[in-house]
Design a protein. Structure first.
Length: 479
C-alpha cells in the first residue's frame, strides 16, 4: 500500500485552513471536568509556574465561538502529561495530561471537531523531553546500569539533573529538558510510534516543535512516511524560523510556520514595538535593521511569496512564542487592524493565536499566555478587530481567490495595494499605511467586502482610503 501514498503532495484542505491556536491551560476551563489539585484563579497574572486549569472539555464547549469567528481547524499546544503549564516538558507521550482531561475527553474533542467539518493538529515535541520522562528517570536512578542510558547524550555519571551544570545535552542548556539521542534506533522507533498512535487516534496532523534541532533529514523523512501511511491527508508543519528550503523538498514537511513573513510585516507596521523589550520572546529577536520604506517593504514581501517552496505555509502574526499584536502596536492600536487585514489576505493556511481576535494584550513569555477573558464576552465580540476578522474570514471561505489566487503587492499612492487574482475574480486590499491610497470609481460589479476610513476625492468618481484605513473589494475582470 505504501507506494500509493502521495508522499510528495501536500493535502488540498490546508490551502483554505484557518487554524485557531490554543494554549490549553489558559483557553477555557469547563466545570464538567474535575481535576484534583489547587489551581490559580482564572485570569490571574500569567507566570512560568502554576496552572490555571484549562481543559479539553472547555475547548469542546467553545467550538461554537471558534466556528463563529471563521476558523475551521484547531492547533493545540502540547496536551500530553507534563509538569509544566505549557507542556513542552513531556513526561508521558502516550497519556493525556490529567489536568486537561482523559483519553475519553480527547476522543470526544476529535469527534466533535470532525463532526463540524473541522480539523485538529497536535504539537509534537520530539527533540527533547522532561526530566520526569520514565527513561530519563531510569538513567538518573540507575546510572550506567540503566537500559535507557543511550537514549540521551550523557557525558558522565551520575547524572546531574538538579544541581550544578547538567552533564548531558539539553535544549538551550536547560536541565529540565534532556535532548533525545535520535541516532538510537530505539528512540527513533519510540517517537515514530507516538506519531503513529495519535494519528491513528484521529488527528489531522502535527506541528513540530524545534524540528531543526534534530539535524537528521532521514528522521523526518521516516516520520513523514509513517504518518502519511496512517493518514495521507495529514498536515505536517515545522516550527522553522530560518530559511525553510531544506525541509520543504516534498519528503519532510508540508509547510512551515511563516515567521519570516511575520517578521517583515510587523517590523514595517510596528517598528517601535518590534524593537522593544516586549518583542524579545522564545524564538523571536529584536531587529537592528533600519526601518524599511514602502517600496523596500513591498519588494521584500513579494519576494517571500515568489519563492518556489513545496507545500502550504502557515501564516501567522502571533503565537505562544511571540508578543501579541495589540501590545506590539503600542500607542497606535489601530495599526494592528492593518496587520490583521494583511494577514487574512495572504496565500496559505492562516493561524490565529487565541484571544488576538479580541485584542488581548501580552508581552514576552509568559505574559503572552494570559487566560482568555470569557467574562468580558460578548462585549469583546463587538470590537472592531473581532468584526473585521469575522467578516474577512467569511469572505475567504466563499472566495477561492483569497486562498488560491496569485498574490501581488505594490505601493499605491502613499500606501499599499495587495491583489489576489484567480480566473476573472480580482480581490484588492488597500491599506492606508503609511499614508492614503486612491481608489478609483467603483462599478456595479465591485463588491465592497470591508471598509473603514475613506475620504472623497474632489471632482473624481472615487475616494481615498485614508491614513490607517482599510478597504477590501472584489471585482470581475476580463483582462
Amino acid at each position: 500500500m505504501a507506494e500509493h501514498i502521495p508522499l510528495n503532495e501536500c493535502p488540498e484542505w490546508v490551502k483554505s485552513a484557518v487554524f485557531y491556536q490554543i494554549f490549553p491551560d489558559r483557553f477555557a476551563r469547563s466545570a464538567h471536568y474535575e481535576c484534583l489539585g489547587s489551581f490559580q484563579n482564572w485570569g490571574s497574572e500569567p507566570a512560568t509556574n502554576g496552572f490555571c486549569g484549562g481543559n479539553l472539555r472547555g475547548i469542546i464547549e467553545k467550538l461554537d465561538y471558534i466556528q463563529k469567528l471563521g476558523a475551521n481547524a484547531l492547533y493545540l499546544c502540547p496536551i500530553f502529561k507534563s509538569a509544566a503549564n505549557h507542556r513542552y516538558h513531556t513526561v508521558d507521550y502516550l497519556e493525556i495530561d490529567p489536568v486537561l482531561g482523559t483519553l475519553k475527553d480527547f476522543d470526544a474533542l476529535v469527534s466533535e471537531v470532525h463532526g463540524r467539518g473541522m480539523r485538529i493538529i497536535l504539537d509534537g515535541v520530539f527533540n527533547h523531553c522532561s526530566r520526569g520522562f520514565f527513561p530519563f528517570l531510569s538513567v538518573m536512578e540507575e546510572g550506567e546500569a540503566s537500559p535507557y542510558r543511550n537514549w540521551f547524550h550523557i557525558h558522565s555519571f551520575p547524572v546531574k539533573a538538579y544541581a550544578g551544570k547538567p552533564n548531558y545535552e539539553c535544549w538551550w542548556g536547560m536541565a529540565p529538558l534532556p535532548k533525545f539521542n535520535t541516532d538510537n534506533p530505539e528512540v527513533r522507533e519510540y517517537l515514530l510510534h507516538v506519531a503513529e498512535y495519535w494519528t491513528k487516534r484521529g488527528i489531522d496532523g502535527w506541528r513540530l516543535d524545534v524540528p531543526n534541532e534534530i539535524r537528521d533529514d532521514s528522521f523526518w523523512q521516516e516520520f513523514r512516511r509513517r504518518v502519511k501511511k496512517v493518514n495521507p491527508e495529514a498536515y505536517i508543519v515545522g516550527e522553522i524560523w530560518e530559511d525553510p528550503t531544506r525541509w520543504l523538498q516534498g519528503d519532510q514537511f508540508d509547510g512551515v510556520m511563516n515567521y519570516p513573513v511575520r517578521k517583515l510585516a510587523l517590523e514595517f507596521l510596528f517598528p517601535e514595538g518590534m524593537r522593544s523589550k516586549d518583542a524579545v520572546s522564545t524564538g523571536d529577536t529584536t531587529s537592528a535593521e533600519t526601518e524599511k520604506d514602502l517600496f523596500a517593504f513591498c519588494r521584500g514581501f513579494q519576494a517571500l511569496f515568489d519563492r518556489k517552496l513545496f507545500g502550504v505555509q502557515m501564516n501567522l502574526f502571533g503565537s505562544h512564542d511571540t508578543a501579541r499584536m495589540r501590545t506590539l502596536s503600542g500607542k497606535n492600536p489601530e495599526v494592528s487592524l492593518l496587520a490583521w487585514a494583511l494577514l487574512l489576505c495572504l496565500p496559505g493556511a492562516l493561524s490565529i493565536y487565541y484571544g488576538d481576535e479580541i485584542g488581548m494584550e501580552g508581552g514576552k513569555d509568559p505574559d503572552n499566555r494570559r487566560c482568555f477573558p470569557w467574562q468580558d464576552m460578548p462585549d469583546a465580540e463587538d470590537s472592531e478587530t473581532f468584526r473585521m476578522v469575522k467578516t474577512i474570514l467569511a469572505f475567504r471561505k466563499r472566495e477561492p481567490a483569497m486562498y488560491d489566487g496569485k498574490l501581488t503587492i505594490r505601493p499605491e499612492g502613499q500606501g499599499i495595494l495587495l491583489c489576489r487574482r484567480k480566473g476573472n475574480a480580482l480581490v484588492e486590499l488597500r491599506l492606508g499605511y503609511p499614508g492614503p491610497v486612491p481608489l478609483p470609481g467603483i462599478s456595479a460589479r465591485t463588491e465592497i467586502v470591508y471598509e473603514r476610513r475613506r475620504t472623497p476625492i474632489e471632482g473624481v468618481a472615487g475616494y481615498f482610503v485614508a491614513k490607517d484605513g482599510i478597504v477590501l473589494t472584489k471585482s470581475t475582470v476580463t483582462y
